[in-house]
Design a protein around this ligand. Structure first.
Ligand SMILES: [Zn+2]
Length: 472
C-alpha cells in the first residue's frame, strides 16, 4: 500500500492513504485478558506499537484510524441506525456453530464431527452460540453483486481471488448476523443497548469514517477507492462491504486487491510463532538501520509475484541484498561518485546531447509505470535493475579511469549521473530513504531529471556489506 501510495503521489495524484487498527473484536478483548491488561490499555499500547513499526518501515500513511476513535464510533452507529431504518437490518433468532477466530457462524452442513472451524486456514474449536440477533439482508444483494462483478471483472486482483469471490456469491448468500448480545467491549447498537455492533458493520465502515462520512465526506476519494488486504479477508471486502455500500447508496470500490501471505520454505504462513526468521517485523525494525529496512521493503516487493504467497528466507534476502542492492545500485552510485570526486573535482556539467540514453531510460520507465499500475511490482523493480545494468555496462565499456580527456570524461560521467537520478526517482516508492540519500549525495532536492550541473556533496555506501541481521 505504501509503495502504491508513494508511486501515485510521485505522479502528482491526490492520494489519501488510510490504515489503522480494528480494536472492537472479541479477539482483542481476549488478547488483553491474556496479557493481563485492561482492554483499553491494551489497544492503546497496540496502536502505539503499530504506529512505531509503520514509522520505522517508512510507511507514510495520511491517517491512522482506530475503531475505538470517537469519530468512528459515531459513523458506525450512524450506519447501523440507517441500515435498520431502511429495512436492511432486522432482528431475528439465531443459533449455530460459531468460530470466534473467523467471527463466523458456520452452517451445520459444513461442520464435521470434530466441530472444528471449516476454514482450512483456521480449524479452531467451534462453539454453539444461541441468541437473538440483528441481521443484515445480505441475500438481497446477491444478484446485484453478480451483475457488478460480471460487468467489472478487473475490480478484484488477482484473478484467482475474483473467480473465488464470484463463485462464492453464486453459491447463494445468506443474511448475516451483525450484532452480539451481552458483550461488554465494542460499539453499542444505538437503539438496543444489550447488543454490540458486530465486526462486519463496525470494522468495515472505518474506510468511510477515515474520509469523514457522513458529515464531512470527501467523496472524491471514495469514487476511486482502492482496498488492499490479506487474501484471507477478501470475502468480507468483496461480498459484505459492497452490499453495505449499495444499501448506503455509495459508490462501490474501484479495486479490491488481495495480497498473499509470506510463507516459509515449507509453505507455512509466517507468524510470530512460525518461521519468524528475519520477518519478525517487530524485532527487525527495532534493531536495524534504515538501509536494511529499505532492503526488507525491496525484498518483499521484488520476491515472488504480488498477490500470491511468497516464500521468504534470510538466505534469499541476503542474496537479493548482495546482488541487486549492494552490487548493482550501491556499487554503481559509489563508483560514479568516486570518479567524479577524484578526477573532476566533484562536478559534472551537461555539455552534449544525452537523448540516446534518455530514450532508453524512458522506455524502461514506461514499462515500469505499466507494471506498477498492474500490481506487478517485482517486474517493475526489474526495470530499474535493467537501467542500472546498462549504466554499469557503460562504465565497464568506457573505462572512465583510463580517460584523460577531461571533457570526454565529464560527458560520460554526466550521462551516468543522469541515469542515477532516474534510478533514484524510480526507486522512491520502494526505497524512499535510499532514494533521498542518492539525491543528497549529488546535491539535488528533487527528481527533476532536467539537470544541467551536479556537484557531489559527500559519498556514503548505500548498502554496505551485511554484517549483523537480527535472527529470532
Ligand atoms: Zn475459524
Amino acid at each position: 500500500a505504501d509503495f502504491l501510495s508513494r508511486y501515485y503521489k510521485m505522479k502528482n495524484y491526490d492520494v489519501f492513504f488510510l490504515t489503522g487498527n480494528d480494536e472492537n473484536s472479541v479477539k482483542v478483548e481476549e488478547a488483553a485478558r491474556k496479557a493481563n491488561k485492561e482492554t483499553k490499555e491494551y489497544v492503546d499500547q497496540m496502536a502505539i506499537l503499530f504506529k512505531d513499526i509503520w514509522n520505522k518501515l517508512y510507511i507514510e500513511y495520511d491517517k491512522f484510524i482506530r475503531t475505538t476513535d470517537e469519530e468512528h464510533v459515531r459513523t458506525a452507529t450512524y450506519v447501523f441506525q440507517k441500515l435498520f431504518e431502511e429495512g436492511y437490518i432486522y432482528k431475528s433468532f439465531y443459533e449455530g456453530w460459531y468460530c470466534k477466530n473467523c467471527e463466523t457462524f458456520w452452517p451445520k452442513s459444513k461442520v464435521g464431527e470434530d466441530k472444528k472451524c471449516p476454514n482450512v486456514e483456521c480449524q479452531r474449536e467451534l462453539e454453539w452460540l444461541k441468541e437473538d440477533n440483528y441481521f443484515f439482508k445480505l441475500s438481497a444483494f446477491q444478484d446485484r453483486l453478480i451483475e457488478f462483478y460480471e460487468n467489472n471483472p478487473d475490480v478484484i486482483f488477482p484473478k484467482a481471488r475474483y473467480n473465488e469471490v464470484l463463485s462464492f456469491i453464486k453459491m447463494g448468500l445468506q443474511d448475516i448476523s451483525v450484532s452480539r448480545k451481552n458483550v461488554e467491549w465494542g460499539i453499542k447498537v444505538p437503539f438496543d443497548k444489550e447488543y454490540t455492533i458486530y465486526v462486519w458493520i463496525d470494522a468495515l465502515t472505518n474506510y468511510i469514517t477515515g474520509i469523514g462520512y457522513p458529515d464531512n465526506f470527501k467523496a472524491h476519494y471514495w469514487e476511486n477507492v482502492h482496498h488492499i488486504m490479506g487474501k484471507d479477508i477478501i470475502r468480507f471486502h468483496a461480498v459484505i462491504w459492497p452490499s453495505i455500500l449499495m444499501a448506503l447508496k455509495l459508490p462501490l470500490p474501484k479495486k479490491i486487491i488481495a495480497h498473499g501471505w509470506l510463507i516459509t520454505a515449507s509453505k507455512e504462513k509466517i507468524s510470530k510463532s512460525k518461521g519468524g526468521d528475519i520477518f519478525n517485523l517487530k524485532d527487525f525494525v527495532f534493531s536495524n538501520p534504515p538501509h536494511l529496512i529499505m532492503a526488507l521493503r525491496y525484498y518483499l516487493l521484488r520476491e515472488g509475484s504480488f498477490g500470491e504467497d511468497i516464500p521468504v528466507s534470510l538466505e534469499r534476502f541476503t542474496q537479493i541484498y548482495n546482488s541487486e542492492l549492494a552490487n548493482n545500485f550501491g556499487n554503481l552510485v559509489s563508483r560514479v561518485l568516486a570518479i567524479i570526486q577524484k578526477n573532476l573535482d566533484g562536478q559534472v556539467y551537461k555539455q552534449t546531447d544525452i537523448s540516446s540514453l534518455a530514450n532508453i531510460i524512458d522506455s524502461f520507465t514506461s514499462k515500469y509505470y505499466n507494471y506498477v499500475e498492474n500490481y506487478e511490482f517485482s517486474k517493475a523493480l526489474e526495470m530499474v535493475v535493467e537501467i542500472a545494468n546498462i549504466l554499469n555496462k557503460k562504465i565497464e565499456e568506457n573505462k572512465p579511469w583510463e580517460i584523460n580527456d577531461r571533457e570526454k570524461l565529464n560527458n560520460l560521467m554526466f550521462e551516468l549521473i543522469f541515469g542515477i537520478v532516474n534510478i533514484a526517482k524510480l526507486l522512491y516508492p520502494a526505497l524512499p530513504y535510499t532514494s533521498k540519500k542518492i539525491l543528497e549525495q549529488i546535491g539535488l532536492s528533487s527528481f527533476d531529471t532536467n539537470i544541467e550541473k551536479v556537484e557531489i556533496k559527500y559519498r556514503e555506501a548505500l548498502f554496505p556489506t551485511i554484517k549483523n541481521i537480527v535472527k529470532t
